[in-house]
Design a protein around this ligand. Structure first.
Ligand SMILES: Nc1ncnc2c1ncn2[C@@H]1O[C@H](COP(=O)(O)OP(=O)(O)O)[C@@H](O)[C@H]1O
Ligand SMILES: [Mg+2]
Length: 249
């Protein structure tokens, strides 16, 4: 399996805080990677650095062997890296379908440099199909404001997906989603990912979710990667149990 993303000694300080303290990691094609760690341990900073929202103080980020360090978010997106945010970035007064049509027109603008008609029959067809993969079978003419949090999270990821990414980074895809809906949301997300062989990285606080969906876990602590491995070995690691899971402290 090829390397999709590589971080090499990435450093980012905010004043005295080391939000990224020499982070080095390689992610392989098709991997599903869970990122865990206490609040303030640098999880979001890592995603922000990879996606161009935060510039590293030192170090390098490589995507499919290309140096992407310091590129703007839009340039990073154009290369095939998409992300979602802890709080979904949606047009809540528009419908589910309209949100997807906008995402698709952004993609075609990236590829061809112009805005195509927003509502051509082809576009609507493609939008409808993509939405169906994320569990939006009926009701796509509803306004986003009527959706529960789980639905908003799914739609947010579906919109990033419209950009055809090779690497997708999700910041807490189940935060704010009710306990009953969490596994349903993740099942839907993972099913859609598997079908497209995308590399997925998700930040998550719920260890049951991580254990079930990640095939690799990165544990962040104080801006560094404290542990890296499959869920069983990482969750059995004494340092992880003490510092992150809060056992035996
Ligand atoms: N834009 C910023 N300005 C100042 N400090 C920041 C900024 N972004 C993050 N930090 C700090 O960096 C550390 C890591 O933050 P973050 O990456 O958001 O952690 P996590 O996502 O693991 O909760 C925290 O101490 C946070 O306060
Ligand atoms: Mg965070």
């Amino acid at each position: 399996m090829g390397v999709v993303l590589e971080a090499l000694n990435v450093v980012r300080h905010f004043g005295a805080v080391k939000a990224a303290d020499n982070v080095s990691v390689q992610l392989q094609e098709g991997q599903t990677v869970g990122i865990v760690g206490p609040n303030g341990s640098g999880k979001t900073t890592f995603v922000n650095i990879v996606t161009g929202y935060v510039k590293p103080t030192a170090g390098q980020v490589r995507f499919r062997e290309q140096d992407i360090t310091g590129l703007e978010p839009r340039e990073v997106t154009n290369l095939g890296i998409a992300r979602s945010f802890q709080i979904p970035q949606l047009y809540t007064s528009l419908t589910i379908l309209e949100n997807m049509l906008i995402a698709l027109s952004i993609r075609s603008r990236q590829h061809w440099g112009f805005w195509g008609p927003l509502k051509s029959a082809d576009r609507v067809g493609e939008a409808t199909q993509l939405l169906a993969r994320f569990g939006f079978a009926g009701g796509i003419d509803q306004r986003v404001s009527t959706l529960p949090e789980g639905g908003r999270k799914l739609l947010d990821v579906a919109l990033s997906f419209a950009l055809g990414p090779k690497l997708l980074l999700l910041d807490e895809p189940t935060s704010g989603v009710s306990v009953d809906d969490k596994f349903g949301v993740m099942d839907t997300l993972m099913e859609a990912m598997k079908r497209s062989e995308i590399t997925a990285v998700f930040i998550e606080h719920d260890m049951d979710i991580v254990a079930r969906y990640a095939d690799r876990v990165l544990v962040f602590a104080e801006g560094s990667i404290l542990a890296d491995g499959d869920p069983d070995s990482v969750f059995a690691n004494p340092a992880v149990r003490t510092h992150v899971l809060g056992d035996g402290v």
